[in-house]
Design a protein around this ligand. Structure first.
Ligand SMILES: [Zn+2]
Length: 330
């Protein structure tokens, strides 16, 4: 990833950035990644999006917007059915009536966009291609090494692999910079090698500089969610944000006296297969947290209090799951 040249901030006017916002809304590609491609911080972006009626209808406008910004777009020639948290399994023709996802890629260079579609496909079938993909995306080498480790090719049972990259980042961290808050709303298109990776921090700072120029209120909201919530975190789709006074024990454990709760438990809608026991436990914890005003998470258990009385206690899945965490570097 390249550093933003501050003198180029106004190279694009606000209406260009509005077009980019519209492109993101219609294509469901991340607006943060589109911004980083437009400003040459990142050479290319690629992601999977569901090919439904709406997207098919939007494609002509998407292509027009891309062209007007001097960008290029590439699309996979097949659809994919995602049927497990680990990634894509089944390739089906575009015409197949079943709903599937397509890979969309945007870059200033068409060959790069096409290559990104191919590498994305390859990495979904074999995780060893993840590095090739990440290199093309321009991710920092330190984080690419971390990505290799996450592949869990050595079958190390303590390596949660794809299941929990955020937890693996945490295990390698003494401190937690707010820019890299992968436990709330991450601004990064990858998982950082640690919660203090300087190259990743620079990337987020550059991105926020552009967003402040474009939509200051949006930048404020992003920063609020990076800095303020204490996250009770199981995985990137299951977390509960608590707002209040946090006291850290060690990174990943602590206590929070809270007055506001925001629930983001999305496994049921995100994955097609789930463990019902796990889902039930999440909702039990959610309901007790809503009744309480203080939460303590240590290495072994979760305790919930109301007016200083303990109203619930749950064992953790393991030492690291869930964590209770908030950045300690502001
Ligand atoms: Zn790194």
């Amino acid at each position: 990833m390249k550093k933003l040249k501050k003198s180029l901030l106004k190279k694009y006017n606000l209406s260009d950035l509005d077009k980019l916002g519209e492109l993101s809304r219609l294509s469901r590609l991340s607006v943060l990644e589109l911004i980083s491609v437009l400003y040459d911080i990142k050479a290319v972006q690629a992601d999977t999006v569901t090919l439904n009626k709406e997207l098919i209808q939007n494609l002509p406008t998407i292509k027009k917007l891309v062209k007007s910004l001097n960008l290029q777009i590439a699309q996979s020639k097949v659809k994919y059915i995602v049927n497990s948290p680990r990634g894509i399994f089944e390739e089906i023709p575009l015409k197949d009536p079943r709903e599937g996802k397509v890979i969309l890629s945007v870059s200033k260079s068409l060959p790069k966009a096409e290559m990104a579609v191919r590498y994305y496909h390859d990495k979904m079938l074999d995780s060893r291609y993840g590095r090739k993909f990440g290199k093309l995306m321009g991710y920092p080498d330190c984080c690419l090494d971390f990505g290799d480790y996450l592949n869990n090719n050595n079958k190390d049972p303590n390596n949660f692999g794809f299941k929990n990259p955020a937890i693996e980042s945490l295990k390698r961290s003494k401190h937690f910079a707010w820019q890299l808050n992968v436990f709330t709303w991450s601004c990064l298109p990858y998982f950082p090698c640690s919660l203090n990776c300087s190259k990743s921090i620079n990337f987020v700072n550059d991105l926020l500089t552009i967003i402040k120029y474009w939509r200051p209120e949006f930048a404020k909201e992003i920063i609020y969610y990076l800095k303020e919530p204490v996250s009770l975190y199981w995985s990137c789709v299951d977390r509960i944000f608590l707002f209040g006074n946090f006291k850290k024990y060690h990174l990943g454990t602590g206590e929070v006296k809270y007055s506001k709760v925001e629930v983001h438990l999305d496994s049921e809608t995100y994955y097609e297969a789930n463990d019902p026991k796990y889902i039930k436990m999440l909702h039990q914890i959610e309901s007790k947290i809503k009744q309480g005003d203080k939460l303590i998470v240590d290495d072994k258990k979760i305790q919930i209090f109301k007016d200083k009385n303990k109203i619930a206690e749950f064992p953790k899945i393991n030492q690291y799951i869930p964590v209770l965490i908030k950045p300690d570097k502001n």
